[in-house]
Design a binder for this molecule. Structure first.
Ligand code: UGA
Length: 476
């Protein structure tokens, strides 16, 4: 492993870039590269999606993405196409950003990755650097290499790119994992903490270092397996931090301590760091649950006992019952009670509801017979597709509408819009002023002052207005 600064690299070249897959990773990556001044072809075999993107619709919500899409459709630096083979032929650096969903056993399903590798193999019209961006388990790069050789009728020879075997076309495979967070994808692309390049030739290394040269951050150069493992280890470690603080929060409730103050107290230690220590309903989304299971599977496959990660997952799954228990503790019986739900997206800043803990909570409350009034600033259309409106479920157009006649409000996503709510107005609309906060979004004193009974996570016993005491200092 070596570390260099991206800004020390050689001069920028104009190698055409192709991005395969225009989803949550591919589209921000393609537009980020266009923003760095590169000519980018973005390909997806979903012609309908490509049509929408061409018309300026990113097809999902991500702050700043629609604006950047408009900018680079206009500048001509980004060209969305649905002919994947033609896009492969046109590019010299090809990013794989297709989906890597999970199989029933938790293993990563790499079918889409193999499919695009076959397209690359059949369209190898000159040197290509094939780069894994999607999260894949260690040694996927070796499979990519084999696939390209197998499906190329003997015309391809794996790197080094600068010195192909006579009569063959050279190619390289690299791993350059993404660390983009949904809701902050563009910010993360343009201001990364680090860039990881897993390469097997100097030529591949130079191409990637050159590509990222406008970004000022450390570049970690490794082999491909190490880079692949870095991505899984990073997501597993962050998931572990969340499950850890969630258990600390349960303990805080028992002993009358404040988890926010504990998180601050330990997070100020540089060795621990303050981020990913927000206790709550647990982690969701398309990445952490899936990647953790794939990492556990990888360890099992190789005979490594990584049961620590199984416990991380187990703790996370138990957060649904923890929260529903809190709602019971707050309002007693659930059947027939009207509950207002604030937040459906798996976190703020996105309309993504995949593996959202909020949906699991809603499902449990629905089964218990509660009447649910739902609102989210961005995620209602996606939620309506999986939880249709019914006698028990209705969708509202604002938080204040959600509060109408409710016996309790449940805060499940930490949208800034919810932080800014007029609590007194909210309370005025409710049948019973109970607020159960799964994200510790509010200052307990302010909520009590507005006349609510307030139940949050790991911040001591909540009491009716006027009698509440907190332990430690609230940090939010
Ligand atoms: C995550 C990683 O943070 C990215 O670096 C990575 O690139 C991405 O997965 C991926 O593999 O593609 P993301 O899933 O967008 O990004 O969301 P996070 O911000 O990491 O949040 C994940 C979940 O953890 C959310 O449900 C969030 O509410 C929860 N969380 C996060 C907590 O419960 N507590 C915290 O302190 C932080």
């Amino acid at each position: 492993m070596s570390e260099i600064s991206a800004s020390q690299s050689a001069t920028q070249d104009n190698t055409p870039i192709t991005v395969l897959g225009l989803g949550h990773i591919g589209l921000p990556t393609a537009l980020g590269l266009a923003e760095l001044g590169r000519q980018v072809i973005g390909a997806d075999d979903d012609a309908r999606k490509v049509g929408l993107i061409r018309g300026g619709d990113p097809t999902f919500y991500e702050p700043g993405l629609a604006e950047l899409l408009a900018k680079h459709l206009k500048s001509g630096k980004f060209q969305p196409v649905d002919d994947v083979a033609a896009a492969v032929r046109a590019g010299s650096i090809i990013f794989i950003c297709v989906g890597t969903p999970q199989k029933a056993n938790g293993q990563a399903d790499l079918g889409q990755v193999e499919a695009v590798a076959q397209v690359v193999a059949r369209n190898l019209n000159g040197y290509k650097l094939l780069v894994e961006k999607s999260t894949v388990p260690a040694i996927t790069a070796q499979w990519l290499k084999r696939t390209i050789v197998r499906y190329n009728s003997g015309k391809a020879s794996p790197g080094p790119g600068s010195a192909p075997v006579a009569g063959t076309i050279a190619f390289d495979v690299a791993s350059n994992p993404e660390f983009l967070r949904e809701g902050k994808a563009l910010e993360d692309f343009l201001h990364p903490n680090r860039i990881v390049c897993g390469v097997e030739s100097e030529h591949a290394r130079d191409l990637l270092v050159n590509l990222y040269s406008p970004l000022k951050c450390p570049v970690v150069i490794t082999n491909t397996s190490t880079a692949e493992l870095i991505k899984h280890a990073a997501n597993a470690f962050l998931s572990m931090k969340i499950s850890f603080i969630n258990m600390v929060s349960d303990l805080c409730e028992k002993v009358g301590a404040d988890v926010s103050a504990v998180a601050r107290g330990i997070g100020l230690d540089n060795r621990i760091g303050p981020q990913f220590l927000d206790a709550g309903i647990g982690y969701g989304g398309y990445c952490f649950p899936k990647d953790l299971r794939a990492f556990i599977h990888l360890a099992e496959e190789h005979g490594v006992d990584f049961s620590l990660l199984q416990e991380v997952e187990h703790i996370n799954q138990s957060r649904v019952e923890m929260f529903v228990g809190k709602v019971r503790q707050a309002i007693w019986n659930l059947r027939g009670k009207t509950l207002g739900v604030l937040g459906l997206a798996f976190k703020a800043g996105t309309d993504d509801i995949r593996e959202a803990v909020s949906l699991k909570i809603i499902e449990t409350l629905r089964e218990e017979g509660s009447i649910l009034r739902l609102y989210d600033p961005q995620a209602i259309p996606n939620t309506q597709r999986v939880i249709p409106a019914s006698e028990q479920i209705s969708y509202c157009t604002s938080a204040y509408e959600v509060a109408q006649g409710a016996h309790a409000l449940l805060l499940l996503t930490e949208w800034e819009e919810f932080r800014q709510l007029d609590l007194a107005r909210l309370r005025g609309a409710m049948e019973v002023p109970v607020l159960v906060d799964g994200r510790n979004l509010y200052d307990p004193e302010a909520v009590h002052k507005a006349g609510f009974e307030y139940f949050s996570v790991g911040r001591g016993e909540s009491k009716p207005a006027g009698t509440h005491t907190t332990t430690g200092t609230a940090v939010k």
